[in-house]
Ligand binder design. Structure first.
Ligand code: APR
Ligand code: PHB
Length: 392
């Protein structure tokens, strides 16, 4: 098989890149380890920044997102039993977010891909990349019981944090920056009407809690828990009781309960690999960086990377101009580090740390009071949350 760009991974990064390249007339093949159902049903985060919304629209895959997604113009920070609204739109020059599950984005992108008839190989095993430092790299895998070799000009490593592309870079060619947090998030999806229109991020002495939603009928909730938390220790009753405690307010606002459809524990880490390129291999999304979910940046960063990579590849094929490809890693890393700082900062402001002291608790409270009472403080939360403009 011969193609221009071989894409490893059919998450948001790989699928969107494949679609943007296809629309520009650049041939590509997508190779994915899991089956279609796995890709479409894995529950992940659900906040789309303004730039992500615009990119999906420009790619022609935003129709269902606008129909079924929930537009939001603010978020709330809860501390000392009071909710404080951050007016995202007023504080960011008119930008906003849409709440729409990542797996819904993936479904829309897979449907768009299938419609083009271009190759998307699910359940590919033994995926490996070769000759990345030459001008004729290739990808090999086993698909439908047969060995497949894909010869290409470029390889896009969109295979997530546990993929094979980043480890294929020689150890001496990359530098890794890592931070593991001393807690995780226990997340549930409940069949319950969301009792607030906006997301509520809570700092409570028992730990962080987040109220979110997926639709008019489904509530999404998270609780800070131990990093190695055993989910079996958390009965439904214990989860609801802890959520009510951490999300309790003086005005009597209460989370609606309902049958729990799904439970899971998400570890929290910050991670960056520099550079995001080696020879003909370009990393995008979680394969190159991870953020803790507090800033809702994970999928948005993946979209920003592939937007940049598609423009760089289009410039290469349309006008033999490799300036953008050469600048890809540096350009992406500027946005990545902004999001790394923001996600770390929101995490630090809202969670309970095991090593916390009464002094640190007071400092955290003071910061929350500042960002919810000063316009300057609110703007820092808002303009980062809705996403800064793209570099291009
Ligand atoms: N070969 C082929 N596919 C692979 C391999 C492999 N060796 N390893 C992993 N994959 C696939 C995974 O099965 C997955 O479908 O690559 C895909 C990577 O997708 P994601 O993990 O969703 O990563 P990405 O597309 O970068 O999207 C980032 O995911 O983790 C969230 O918060 C993050 O929302 C962000 C988004
Ligand atoms: C979610 O709805 O899953 C969600 C929302 C906001 C976050 C993280 C996750 O910061």
């Amino acid at each position: 098989m011969r193609t221009q760009v071989a894409i490893i991974g059919a998450g948001p990064a790989g699928l969107l890149l494949g679609h943007l390249l296809h629309r520009a007339g650049i041939d590509n093949v997508i190779v994915e380890r899991h089956d279609r159902r796995y890709a479409e049903e894995r529950i992940r985060a659900g906040v789309l920044e303004q730039g992500t919304i615009d990119t999906l629209d420009e790619a022609g895959v935003g129709e269902r997102m606008h129909r079924e997604g929930l537009p939001h113009e603010g978020i709330e920070l809860l501390f000392d039993r009071k909710r404080h609204r951050i007016d995202l739109t007023a504080l960011s020059g008119g930008r906003a977010i849409v709440v729409y599950g990542q797996h819904e984005v993936v479904k829309d992108l897979i449907a768009a891909r299938v419609e083009t008839g271009r190759p998307l190989l699910f359940e590919a095993s033994d995926v490996a990349v070769h000759d990345l430092d030459s001008d004729h790299p290739s990808v090999t895998c086993v698909h439908d019981g047969a060995a497949v070799k894909i010869e290409c000009d470029y390889v896009a490593g969109c295979d997530g944090f546990h993929g094979i592309c980043r480890p294929a870079m020689p150890a001496g060619a990359l530098k890794v920056f890592d931070r593991i947090y001393p807690f995780a998030w226990l997340g549930i999806l409940a069949e319950a009407r969301p009792s607030s229109h906006e997301l509520v991020y809570a700092n409570h002495e028992n730990g962080f809690a987040l109220f979110s939603m997926r639709s008019e009928k489904i509530t999404r909730l998270y609780l800070q828990c131990e990093p190695e938390e055993d989910i079996n220790e958390w009965s439904d009753d214990r989860i609801w009781s802890e959520l009510h405690t951490r999300l309790e307010t003086d005005d009597g606002w209460k989370v609606n309960e309902g049958p729990i459809m799904q439970k899971g524990v998400t570890p929290m880490r910050s991670f960056v690999c520099e550079p995001m390129q080696y020879g003909r291999l370009f990393l995008a999304g979680d394969s190159a960086h991870i953020v803790p979910p507090t800033g809702a940046k994970g999928m948005n960063l993946a979209v920003a990377d592939v937007r940049m990579l598609s423009k760089a590849l289009i410039a290469h094929y349309a006008s033999n101009d490799d300036t953008r490809l050469a600048a890809y890693s540096d350009t992406c890393l500027k946005r990545v580090w902004r999001a790394e700082h923001y996600s770390w900062w929101m995490t630090s402001m809202l969670h309970r740390f095991p090593e916390s002291t009464p002094f640190m608790d007071r400092v955290q409270r003071s910061e929350l009071a500042y960002v919810t009472s000063s316009e300057a403080g609110g703007r820092v939360v808002a303009e980062n949350y809705v996403g800064l403009p793209f570099a291009d």
